[in-house]
Every structure is written in C-alpha cells, then in structure tokens.
Design a binder for this molecule. Structure first.
Ligand code: ATP
Ligand code: MG
Length: 239
C-alpha cells in the first residue's frame, strides 16, 4: 500500500460574512496516498476548493488536523507552512497562472529558484519536466504562444518539478475542450503512476476514467468514496 501523503482528520472550516456563518468543510477525514489519483466532485459551493486550500496550508481549519506526511500543519509557523508548500506541494488551477512575460522554461524554473536551486540546476530540471509533459522544443515559448492544453502542461511540470510529490489540481481542465481535457487527465494519471499523490477537483464526469477513487463533496461533507479504477499498471490513454 503506498504511503499516505495527506491525512486530514475531522477538518472543519467556517466563514463568517456579516451575520452569517458559512460551513465550507464539516468533519472531513480522508487519506490521499502517493501513487493515487483521487477525484473530488461536487456542486459549486460544496467546499472543494476549500479542502484544497486547507490541505495546501493556505487556510487554517477551525477544527481538526491536516498532516502532510507526518507533519501536522498546525504545529508549524506560517513561514514553515509556506516552506512545506514550496518544497512538497504543487498547485494547478483552471487558469494556468503562468507568468506571461516568462518562457515555459522560466515559469517551471522559478519556484525551484525560490527553493534555493542554482539557475543552472533549475533550468536543467525545468527542461527534464517539460520534456516529460511532452513539450520538448517549446522551452522558449511564452504562454501566449501556446495552446490552453500546452499551458496546462507547463503548469503541471511546474507543480511537480524538483520532486514535489503532491499535486493539487483545482478544475485543471475547466477551460479545455474534451480532447484536450483527456490529454491533460492522462498526464495527471501518468504523474500518479510515477508516485505523485494527485488530487483533482472536477465537475467533469470524464475524470472518473482516470481516477483511482472518486469522492463527492456535499455541503462541506466528503462522502461516497468509490473505487473506480480496477486496472493495474499504466492507464490506457483514450483515443
Ligand atoms: N473567503 C470566503 N469568505 C466567505 N465564504 C467563502 C469564502 N470562500 C469560500 N466561501 C464559501 O464556502 C463555501 C465553499 O466554497 P468553495 O470555494 O470551497 O466551493 P467549491 O466547491 O470550490 O465551488 P466551485 O465549484 O464553484 O469552485 C461556499 O459556500 C462559499 O461561498
Ligand atoms: Mg472551487
């Protein structure tokens, strides 16, 4: 059984806006493992992004614990939490979030530089990952010179470069057509098969074809874990 990457125990998160209190998460207890692609589905406002934010340490839960490996995020200072994020957790969003002035290579290398890598090492690592996500030869392109799917690939390379073994993706295919969606999901599947813990939030049922487990978020409660993937080894890439 692969090792737990993320372990949440009884996590609740509430927001107050004026007199109202909104429950974003209620008693969420879940384990995400290395080597797994887990999908989180659910209606708009059900708490999916909130869960990713709590796992990434961007939002502190009101109750419960979040462990990254064996580290309890609550035991860390804000700086140390930011460091865990930088070293271990890659984030991918619907909007690729790439810096428009930088090339693909520079976009992937930037967080590595922030982690103290030398420029030479960061560029070499960026090129390895751009190659792995199928973008060899496009290292010098800027985001505006790439397609939406290619930009998401750069985002995925940036998320995992430098041995980050947790990838949290929030609607990573929300802006893509269906063929490109499958393409990006197949790449995320490949990352999981390579040992990364991949958590994908999606509205799109097609994600079921690529996931090991599917959880449903309803009003802040995570329910209905379904194991959907029975195949072993590499997932067949759909035509
Ligand atoms: N900063 C905030 N302040 C107040 N309420 C918030 C805040 N962020 C989220 N919420 C509320 O928390 C609940 C969960 O929001 P969340 O963004 O996690 O939903 P979601 O499942 O990601 O939705 P979507 O599919 O639309 O992205 C919603 O009711 C939302 O209005
Ligand atoms: Mg959301």
């Amino acid at each position: 059984m692969p090792s737990p990457a993320i372990d949440t125990r009884g996590v609740s998160l509430h927001f107050t806006s004026g007199p109202d209190s909104v429950t974003a998460l209620e008693g969420v207890t879940v384990l995400f493992r290395h080597g797994e692609l887990v999908a989180i589905m659910g209606a708009s406002g059900s708490g999916k992004t909130s869960l990713l934010n709590v796992v990434a340490g961007l939002e502190a839960p009101d109750e419960g614990q979040v462990l990254i490996g064996s580290t309890d995020l609550a035991s860390l200072s804000e700086n140390a939490r930011a460091d865990v994020r930088l070293q271990e957790i890659g984030l991918v969003f619907q909007d690729d979030n790439l810096l428009p002035m930088l090339t693909a290579r520079e976009n992937v290398a930037l967080p590595l530089r922030a982690r103290g890598w030398t420029s030479t090492d960061a560029v070499a690592e960026a090129d390895v990952w751009l190659d792995r996500v199928g973008l060899a030869g496009m290292e010098e392109r800027r985001p505006a010179e790439m397609s939406g799917g290619q930009r998401q690939r750069v985002g995925i390379a940036r998320a995992v470069a430098g041995d980050r073994r947790i990838l949290l993706a929030d609607e990573p295919t929300g802006a893509l057509d269906s063929a490109t969606t499958r393409d990006v999901l197949a790449l995320l599947r490949e990352m999981a098969d390579g040992g990364v813990c991949v958590v994908v939030v999606s509205h799109d049922d097609v994600v079921r074809d690529y996931a090991d487990r599917v959880w449903t978020m309803r009003d802040g409660v995570l329910t209905d874990s379904t194991a959907v993937r029975h195949r072993t080894g590499r997932h067949a890439v759909q035509a």
